[in-house]
Design a protein around this ligand. Structure first.
Ligand code: MN
Length: 567
């Protein structure tokens, strides 16, 4: 057995992590990678990354074991026997992902969804991302054909998934690894054109760091750090393509990054910087009050900085920074840290509790769904699809699926606000209820007491919550209507040309709306020029009645339609 890395030793001797390390070392003991390294180095690297992302013990163990079923004689059942069902199912998910084959002209969006639906556990995806990260780092050792395939998959499938999970840095790095394998010439051109400028900007950033420190000191702000970050190459390339390949238009080639302790300090820092350096109009972005759809939070401003040079400055708290880098995993980690605030525990003690919470959260989320299929649908529809963030008059941020309308928003606030909603004001302007909300919209709902939702709303809403409330309000409305009108019914008189099949078409109009006809009589005049049809049904809501009138008139041969309520 190889020497154990220090981080592994921090796990207790009888932990599944240690056990998985020993097991994987044995299983892969005679194998080497294309680079010539012993195979276990790959497993250890993948597991270490998963450990650094603060996933639970089961995930770290599964990371050690992720290639065992695929590459050795051990089966899924062997893993289950040694490590239990949970770890075995994680490993199984990873094995399945590896066997996934692409068709000739794969639809990329579907691929991402398909891959997500392959697994019922987000941890599988996250471990897979760690696996892919290491494979991309060592891609140069493979044959060109294979390099291209893996790079393509990374660029089109895994980098976007990482982005959606909020793992911004990982997504950027995966793209940068894939870039030269997919677009060799473009990559070379970019490196050559920006190398000097990158270096020069980095030197400049170093020079202004202490100046920014000093400015903040004057304002009594003590930042955790002031440093700079260079833009990822592929993301730079994409931005250049949108900007006529003009490097002059890229202000965030190297951005200054200020990390402070609290949200208040973020805004105070922004104020301090704007006091000394004039901001470039229209370039300030408040991703704290309006985070990006993947959860990214930060303040971005572009200022005329030292020597009047245009410079982007990003301001965030340490939590935001870590969340921006780690995405979904960090979110869980922070939830947990809050619980431990002020308590002193040993590293493993805290670690164990964290793991439990991480898993609990995931399971709770999963538990809200009665069956696996619904959960997967929600995973795709509610979680992975683009989200928008809109703002209430009280400055609360409401998270909705893209395409949501003011009605969705209203129900999100309160069921009664939804039911009584008659209109909406977006950024101060009245809009129709069909309006598609955009991220950053300030939404006010106009209500009218006693108002009830209409059936049309069901077509307008995107959230399951709104749908649920509307349906239940509609049911109530029908009940009340029936009560009010007692034994009344509706009688139609229709005059029409007499032609075969006409009656059947009339009956069809009612059947389509699921309305029972209780009485039907047809009288034809002696000269056979027209018929008079009398038809009765129970009392129906106005909206359905209108539909019936329209559809009856549409039928070929219909002359006149009238109706009245009969007791
Ligand atoms: Mn692997």
């Amino acid at each position: 057995m190889r020497n154990m890395e220090q981080w592994i030793e921090k796990y207790p001797k009888n932990s599944v992590v240690r056990k998985a390390f020993v097991f994987a070392s044995g299983a892969h003991k005679n194998a080497t990678r294309a680079s010539g390294d012993p195979y276990i180095t790959h497993c250890t690297t993948v597991a270490r990354t998963v450990h650094e992302w603060r996933l639970d013990e089961q995930s770290v163990a599964a990371a050690f074991l992720h290639d065992v079923v695929e590459d050795t004689d051990y089966t899924k059942e062997d893993i289950a026997k040694e490590f239990g069902g949970e770890i075995a199912s994680l490993v199984d998910g990873l094995t399945k992902l590896k066997h996934f084959k692409y068709g000739e002209n794969p639809d990329v969006e579907n691929l991402r969804k398909l891959i997500l639906s392959f697994t019922n556990d987000l941890r599988v995806i996250i471990i897979k991302l760690s696996d892919r990260y290491h494979n991309m780092k060592t891609l140069q050792f493979l044959f060109p054909e294979k390099q291209h395939d893996i790079a393509w998959e990374t660029m089109e499938v895994y980098a976007p998934i990482a982005y959606r999970l909020g793992m911004q840095r990982l997504s950027g790095e995966l793209e940068d690894f894939a870039f030269p394998f997919l677009y060799k010439d473009e990559h070379r051109w970019l490196i050559n054109s920006v190398k000097e400028r990158f270096e020069e900007r980095a030197t400049y950033a170093e020079k202004i760091e202490p100046i920014v420190h000093k400015i903040l000191e004057e304002e009594k702000i003590r930042p955790i750090s002031v440093d700079s970050r260079a833009k990822h190459y592929y993301s730079l390339y994409r931005k250049l393509m949108r900007n006529d390949m003009d490097l002059e238009k890229i202000y965030d080639l190297v951005a200054l990054r200020v990390i402070v302790k609290t949200v208040e300090e973020c805004y105070a820092t922004l104020g301090a910087i704007h006091k000394y350096y004039a901001p470039l109009p229209g370039r300030f972005k408040d991703y704290i009050s309006r985070p990006k759809p993947n959860g990214y939070k930060s303040l971005h401003t572009t200022v005329f900085c030292v020597d009047n040079r245009i410079t982007e400055i990003q301001i965030k708290t340490r939590e935001m920074h870590e969340e921006n880098e780690l995405g979904i995993a960090a979110h869980w980690a922070y939830e947990q840290e809050k619980d431990f605030a002020g308590t002193r525990e040993t590293w493993t003690g805290v670690k164990n509790r964290r793991e439990l919470l991480w898993v609990k959260q995931l399971k709770n989320w999963q538990k809200n769904f009665t069956n696996q299929k619904d959960f997967l649908r929600a995973l795709k529809v509610d979680f992975f699809k683009e989200r928008i963030f809109v703002i209430t008059p009280m400055n609360d941020v409401i998270d909705l699926p893209a395409g949501a309308t003011p009605i969705d928003f209203a129900y999100q606030i309160h069921s009664e606000i939804g039911n009584q909603c008659v209109g909406a004001r977006i950024n101060g302007k009245i809009v129709p209820l069909t309006y598609e909300l955009q991220s950053g919209d300030l939404v006010e709902i106009l209500t009218q007491h006693g108002k009830k939702p209409s059936e049309d709303w069901l077509r307008l809403v995107k959230t399951t919550l709104a749908r649920k409330y509307i349906k239940s309000a509609l049911r109530e409305k029908t009940k009340k209507l029936q009560k009010k009108i007692g034994r009344e019914f509706l009688e139609f008189k229709i005059t029409s040309l007499d032609r075969p099949g006409y009656l059947k078409e009339i009956a069809g109009v009612f059947a389509d709306l699921k309305i029972n006809i209780t009485y039907l009589q047809s009288q034809t005049d002696p000269r056979l020029t027209f018929s008079l049809i009398t038809l009765r049904c129970c009392v129906i809501p106005k909206s359905k009645l209108n539909k019936i009138l329209v559809n009856l008139k549409k039928i070929q041969g219909t002359n006149e339609v009238s109706y009245k309520y009969v007791r």
